[in-house]
Write a protein that binds this ligand. Structure first.
Ligand code: FES
Length: 162
């Protein structure tokens, strides 16, 4: 197998052992449950873990990449402790949600789809989160913040920064 660049921090592969143990009797079809277990253990799927899974299950790494890129549930990059969903649906759009998003990008220093370096926040955009009467809206985890103004964004983020 060729070398695959590993990014970031060292990966504690011991975390995979309980996952392998749990599914060891499944002759076939254990790949997806093992990947789910690995993602639960790490919060995402580090490359080193995928390589270890390929080796242990005797599955080509190319097949594993095929699976993790096909299913939206799998993540190859870490997620922040808090996930921000900035609504860009129609009702929010006409109420200047683009300016809210700009403010989020400036304060966090990341683009949609990215996570801050301290792993505190992941920024995403969504199309309508079902509370259009509060437009423009963003969700942080399960909290809806409505009737937003760009200048309120830093203070709201501050309240999640512990
Ligand atoms: S369009 Fe933003 S909540 Fe519906």
């Amino acid at each position: 197998m060729g070398s695959i660049a590993t990014s970031g921090h060292a990966v504690d592969l011991a975390k995979l052992e309980p996952v392998f143990d749990k599914y060891k009797d499944m002759a076939n079809g254990s790949l997806i449950p093992v990947l789910q277990g690995a993602q639960d253990a790490y919060g995402f799927l580090p490359i080193a873990a995928l390589q270890a899974i390929a080796k242990r299950l005797n599955v080509p790494i190319s097949q594993i990449y095929g699976v993790v890129t096909f299913y939206a549930q799998f993540r190859l990059v870490p997620r922040g402790k808090h996930v921000i969903r900035s609504c860009q649906g129609t009702a929010c759009h006409v109420r200047n949600s683009a300016r809210i998003l700009e403010s989020l990008k400036t304060v966090l220093g990341v683009a949609p789809g990215d996570t801050t370096e301290d792993l505190k926040f992941t920024l995403e955009t969504v199309a309508c989160i079902g509370c259009c009467s509060l437009a423009p809206v963003m969700m942080i985890d399960t909290d809806a913040h409505g009737r937003l103004r760009p200048d309120r964004v830093p203070k709201i983020l501050d309240s999640y920064s512990n």
